[in-house]
Design a protein around this ligand. Structure first.
Ligand SMILES: [Zn+2]
Ligand SMILES: [Zn+2]
Length: 173
């Protein structure tokens, strides 16, 4: 089962590697721990660094950069905060001390099939679940550059409602 998921994730990722296996295993365990019956818009994930495992999460947990339910807050840790906003449950998975000196294929096999406790530690999430609002914000035109910009990214400067780029240019001048 998990090996099938790993195969499928590799099609998205473009190659097969231990990093991808980390993401696949983390997403697989998160679906189990959060008892997700159906993947829907309630799911969201915040990863604590950026590497191959992101694609494992996108492929298996179904939260992607495209659907706005995957965020990276880089803390330099191999750690993932998973949320199901429809039930309010959440879990964070962080890497254990993994065995040294394994070959690449042995490492992949370890990550996919070793007992859960040897692969991840389970903790409370480190961040509040992000609100499911990305698609609901309206865009309005910035008067300086004339480009449409979503409201949370606009700033009021001296009565003008500006995009972040124009706000920055204004500060420089
Ligand atoms: Zn990779
Ligand atoms: Zn602008």
């Amino acid at each position: 089962m998990i090996h099938d998921l790993y195969q499928k994730a590799g099609e998205l990722h473009g190659h097969y590697c231990p990093g991808l296996a980390i993401g696949v295993r983390a997403a697989y365990e998160a679906l189990r721990i959060l008892d997700v019956k159906e993947k829907g818009t309630g799911l969201t994930c915040i990863a604590e660094s950026r590497a191959c495992y992101i694609d494992g999460i996108q492929a298996v947990f179904g939260t992607t950069l495209g659907n706005g339910n995957l965020e990276i807050r880089d803390r330099g840790k191999t750690a993932f905060n998973f949320y199901d906003r429809s039930t309010g449950s959440s879990v964070r998975l962080v890497d254990q001390d993994w065995p040294q000196g394994l070959s690449k294929s042995e490492m992949i096999e370890f990550l996919l099939s070793a007992p859960f406790e040897q692969v991840f530690d389970q903790t409370e999430v480190r961040f509040e679940a992000p609100p499911d609002t990305f698609k609901r914000y309206k865009a309005r035109k910035c008067p300086r550059c004339g480009e449409n910009c979503r409201e949370p990214f606009l700033r009021i400067i001296d009565g003008e409602i500006l995009c972040l780029d124009c706000e920055k240019n204004l500060k420089k001048s």
